[in-house]
Design a protein around this ligand. Structure first.
Ligand code: G16
Length: 546
């Protein structure tokens, strides 16, 4: 088969964000655009890649199938020995990580814009994962970006599309393309971690009913195979189970706004539901809902850590835990009580990878609805659901009671995130420039009745490889363990999204039921005073409160 070299022009300013390159489909479908990025990845791989295995799959969103065929032809031109591709081009992000690790692949390409909407007018994304199964580190990402700025050709083989509908092998040039069951390796791995017999017994209890909302995204087939197949939950437990290229017109982000149907169902006493869960576009995020009770992602991480002994894979103890900086400090309290280290990293799963590889942590998580462990190197939505089911099976208490008891023991880190979306980039830049300028004068100041103890621009030195990441978000630490954090999203595709993270520590159990936004009102006032959000952005309320 002939290898063709196509001339192309470099593209400017396409810097990958928190999780790979995410852009509108119409940007990705410009001639040469996807190819430039893929070739820039391949150009940064060492020569030993020849003959090695690449894993390829995505969340099934619009353009997934076109992109897979392009990448297969380019992988063949690069000389990969084998490409493992999920049937139908499907692989959830955690499943891709599991497949890379199990098959000792050289790396993997994952096609997804995660929780962002899909369809012809929606978003698309691509990222490269390393042999450990985790997102490429900062150094690799930067090298790919630099290459995109000077690239002038890409290579592909001339070959017809590969049939991805059936399991089996074909060859393109010297490369074997193996279509694999996207669920099998992942499901097998989960079975080694959790007590499936105990969870199956819980799901068979007459008083227990769960619903898993796959949001017409990638986890549908995974949840059906595991929950309804291996664990025997009744058919129909998984709703919106069929992955659709536009997610059925929905926004596959498992939060109280976009998974409102699930929240409503769990709040309805006549629904008979005791446990609800959802996952996002590519299956790495999760939402956990009890009867009329939503578990915040930060609390979820803390509860999982505190109850690790319920789960066979973790019953021997945790090496340590990690959370991203804006995630609430609830898990820090658990770590202290367990006598294990707790790491605070910048936002982005890649930072957990090196801690996991070095055996420094076992569990990690983020406020953005991601939780995971050392079983893969991505956050894992269905894993978190199985972890909760395993805890419920072992403790035989409702979700809300487990969380409330956790608060009684550790105190409650009341938490919320306020998002201001689609701000003009220049205004966002000005807001941060002024905020950073104020940092030296904040410590010791009394604002909205609270004393500022410290304020900084979060910087992180990786304790394993010593790499340094600067400007990872502005932290304002207040008396009594409260905090306000300001950060710009790294995953949006339009303008800038300002995230304001608000956290207040409440030790007194009598105050644990004060509504979250009421408890955080003084912090909202303080955030406005410090950052001048309204004056600079023209917005007087956030677009999304979660
Ligand atoms: C990605 C990363 C996460 C990170 C999130 C932050 O999530 O994988 O580690 O927490 O972005 O998003 P933002 O920069 O918008 O706050 P995902 O699920 O989009 O891949």
């Amino acid at each position: 088969m002939r290898v063709v070299t196509v001339c192309t022009k470099p593209f400017a300013g396409q810097k990958p964000g928190t999780s790979g390159l995410r852009k509108k489909v119409k940007v990705f479908s410009q001639p040469g655009y996807l190819e430039n990025f893929v070739q820039s990845i391949f150009d940064n791989l060492p020569n030993e890649v020849k003959g090695k295995t690449l894993v390829l799959g995505g969340d099934g969103r619009y353009f997934n199938d076109t992109a897979i065929q392009i990448i297969l032809r380019m992988a063949a031109a690069t000389g990969f020995g084998r490409v493992l591709v999920g049937r139908g081009g499907i692989l959830s992000t955690p499943a891709a990580s599991a497949v890379i690790r199990k098959h000792a692949a050289f790396g993997g390409i994952i096609l997804s814009a995660s929780h962002n909407p899909g369809g012809p007018a929606g978003d698309f994304g691509i990222k490269y994962n390393l042999a450990n199964g985790g997102p490429a580190n900062e150094t690799f990402t930067e090298a790919v970006y630099q290459r995109t700025q000077s690239i002038n050709r890409y290579s592909c083989v001339e070959a017809p599309d590969v049939d991805l509908g059936a399991l089996g092998e074909t060859t393109i040039g010297i490369t074997t393309v193996q279509v694999i069951d996207p669920v099998a390796d992942y499901a097998e791995l989960q079975e080694t971690l959790f007590d499936f017999d105990r969870i199956a017994a819980l799901l068979a209890r007459p008083g227990f009913r769960m619903r898993f909302d796959a949001m017409h995204a990638v986890t549908g087939p995974y949840a059906q195979a595991i929950l309804e197949g291996r664990l025997g939950a009744p058919a129909g437990t998984v709703v919106n189970a069929i992955p659709l290229p536009d997610f059925g017109g929905g926004h596959p982000d498992p939060n109280p706004v976009y998974a409102a149907d699930l929240v409503t169902a769990l709040a309805d006493p006549h629904s008979g539901l005791s446990f609800g869960a959802a996952s996002d576009g590519d299956g790495d995020r999760n939402m956990i809902v009890g009867r009329d009770f939503i578990v915040s992602p930060s609390d979820s991480l803390a509860v999982l850590a505190a109850n690790h002994a319920c789960v066979p894979a973790y019953s021997g103890g945790l090496a340590g835990v990690a959370r991203s900086m804006p995630t609430s400090c609830a898990v820090d309290r658990v770590a202290r009580s367990l006598g294990i280290p707790c790491f605070e990293t910048p936002t982005g799963w890649k930072f957990f990878g090196s801690l996991l590889d070095a055996g420094k942590v076992t569990l990690c998580g983020e406020e953005s609805a991601g939780t995971g462990s050392n079983h893969v190197r991505e956050k894992d939505g269905l894993w978190a659901v199985l972890f909760w089911l395993n805890i419920l099976a072992a403790r035989n208490e409702p979700v809300a009671e487990i969380v409330r008891e956790h608060w009684r023991k550790f105190g409650r880190n009341v938490y919320s995130r306020h998002d201001y979306e689609g701000i003009e980039t220049a205004k966002a830049d000005r807001l941060f420039a002024e905020l950073r300028g104020k940092l030296p004068e904040l410590p010791g100041a009394e604002i909205s009745g609270m004393r500022v103890e410290a304020a900084d621009d979060f910087a992180y030195t990786d304790p394993v490889d010593g790499s340094r990441s600067e400007k990872q978000g502005v932290r304002v630490l207040l008396q009594g363990g409260s905090r306000v954090v300001f950060r710009l999203s790294g995953t949006g595709t339009e303008g800038a999204t300002l995230r304001v993270y608000l956290e207040r520590y409440v030790a007194d159990a009598a105050l644990h039921d004060v509504p979250t936004q009421t408890a955080l009102a003084p912090l909202v006032e303080l955030a406005e005073k410090i950052a001048n959000i309204t004056a600079i952005t023209g917005r007087n309320a956030p677009d999304v409160i979660s």
